[in-house]
Design a protein around this ligand. Structure first.
Ligand code: NDP
Length: 434
């Protein structure tokens, strides 16, 4: 860890995993040999490169691109690309590290990776986004391949960006092999991939509640974010009879005591995805309370689903949620909860699921997209949904197996970390030192 003093997010992610693995390693010293833990925190390869492109005004723009190929012990590197001004090596290493364990949890043969750029697609034209994506692929293509590294979307990278990158990949590699997931349906995408992370998170919540003889029916839910994950988490909550009373973006939160309905959700999706609008505009459209610069965690709810970004729920937020009687917190985003906030949930015996377990549905369906591409077949929406549901139930069961405490409480953080670690560690030990 001393090697990376300027990578706080990476330190945080490694610290969290190490803390929950430690007792397990003491009980199972076979996993403490061959420098395994030290090898697992060192990415196998990190590529950083310059991206040069020309904007609509004819000016030359320079961005920084990255791909972190973290671990390939159980399959090709797999993980999204993030386009956001905050992207740096620390954030991508934390995401790639988390992805390695998450992918192991899905039971599918995928290693862990992550990449991205400090490019901000928000205020750019379609033509600028295309030129940027093509310029990025001029370098990235040589590091990818269907059995090497298969990227997907993440924040700022949706179907449009994946399309431009996949198109350029095909051109440069002279191969139609599908080297992205999250592709459009017209060229090898899987049905239900856009919905998968949000739906999967809610399936996981269903399983957590079921162990306590509870259901989503009638539960009040706070969702943060309003992007891909948030939108489909809201949709599945509605389908299962829950009432979603908040939504947010990086500028503020909307509070809606009456809760979302189909019409409001359709308006939010159209506003965010087609018009690139703000939650403030959404609140205005439906006469809702809008809280500029605020997060939604002060609203009393039964369930909280942080679906925006890392470290968006801190200790104070956790205390407020606990004081208001929250029963379940499941992360749709990656590491949205700070370490002390996560500890507070566990100490208060709140059902708390870390993203590597609860948001694994996205990458799971990406894995199913790879399978469909290899088969040259497309599965029906029902078949993908059924498999996603089964995978989320299996991940839940695996977390319970490794995280159940003597008093019956399930520490999902420990459960997910140990279950993911064991699979990766076994594969690494069996393959020797390299
Ligand atoms: P999107 O870009 O579609 O949406 C991100 C949302 O988060 C937007 O509403 C954005 O608001 C909001 N946001 C960004 N920064 C902040 C901030 N500092 N404070 C509050 N809100 C913020 O991304 P996704 O929905 O795809 O991803 C969300 C999270 O889920 C990420 O952590 C991602 O890594 C994780 N994830 C995504 C998966 C997927 O399949 N998409 C799979 C697994 C995890 P604004 O519009 O203002 O920027």
């Amino acid at each position: 860890l001393e090697r990376d003093p300027n990578q706080p997010e990476y330190m945080q992610a490694v610290g969290e995993v190490t803390q929950s693995l430690w007792p397990f390693l003491e009980r199972n010293p076979q996993y403490a040999r061959q420098g395994l833990l030290y090898r697992i925190v060192e990415p196998e390869r990190v590529v950083q490169f310059r991206i040069t492109w020309v904007d609509d005004q004819g000016r030359v723009q320079i961005n920084r691109g990255f791909r972190v190929q973290h671990n390939s012990a159980i399959g090709p590197y797999k993980g999204g690309m993030r386009f956001h001004p905050t992207v740096n090596l620390s954030i991508l290493k934390f995401l790639a590290f988390e992805q390695t364990f998450k992918n192991a949890l899905t039971t599918l043969p995928m290693g862990g990776g992550k990449g991205g750029s400090d490019f901000d697609p928000k205020d750019k034209s379609d033509a600028e986004v295309m030129r940027f994506c093509q310029a990025l692929m001029i370098e990235l293509h040589r590091h990818l391949g269907p059995d090497t590294d298969v990227p997907a979307g993440d924040m700022g990278v949706g179907a449009r960006e994946v399309g431009f990158m996949a198109g350029m990949m095909k051109k440069l590699s002279n191969s139609s092999a599908a080297v992205f997931t999250g592709k459009g349906l017209a060229y090898g995408g899987s049905l239900l991939r856009p919905e998968a992370t949000g739906y999967g998170t809610v399936y996981f919540v269903q399983e957590m509640l079921q162990r306590s003889n509870l259901s989503l029916e009638g539960m009040k839910v706070a969702v943060s974010g309003s992007g891909n994950v948030a939108q489909y988490a809201i949709e599945k909550c509605l389908e299962l009879g829950a009432k979603v009373v908040t939504v947010s973006d990086s500028q503020g939160a909307a509070v809606d005591p009456a809760g979302f309905d189909r019409e409001k959700l359709a308006a939010l999706i159209s506003l965010k995805n087609e018009k690139h609008g703000r939650v403030q505009d959404y609140a205005q459209q439906f006469g809702l309370q809008y809280e500029a610069g605020k997060r939604p965690w002060h609203v009393p709810v039964d369930i909280a689903l942080p679906c925006a970004t890392q470290n968006e729920l801190d200790l104070q937020d956790a205390r407020t949620l606990i004081a208001n009687g929250v029963r379940c917190v499941a992360e749709g985003a990656n590491m949205p909860t700070s370490q002390d906030a996560a500890d507070a949930f566990v100490a208060a015996r709140v059902l708390y699921a870390p993203g590597k377990a609860s948001n694994a549905g996205g990458v799971a369906v990406s894995g199913l997209e790879m399978t469909q591409n290899a088969q040259r077949l497309r599965w029906s929406r029902e078949e993908v949904d059924r498999t996603l549901h089964t995978i989320m139930c299996d991940i839940h069961e695996n977390c319970v197996r490794h995280g159940r405490q003597d008093d019956g409480y399930v520490n999902y953080v420990d459960g997910a970390n140990v279950a993911g670690f064991v699979k990766v560690a076994d594969a690494m030990l069996q393959q020797g030192l390299y």
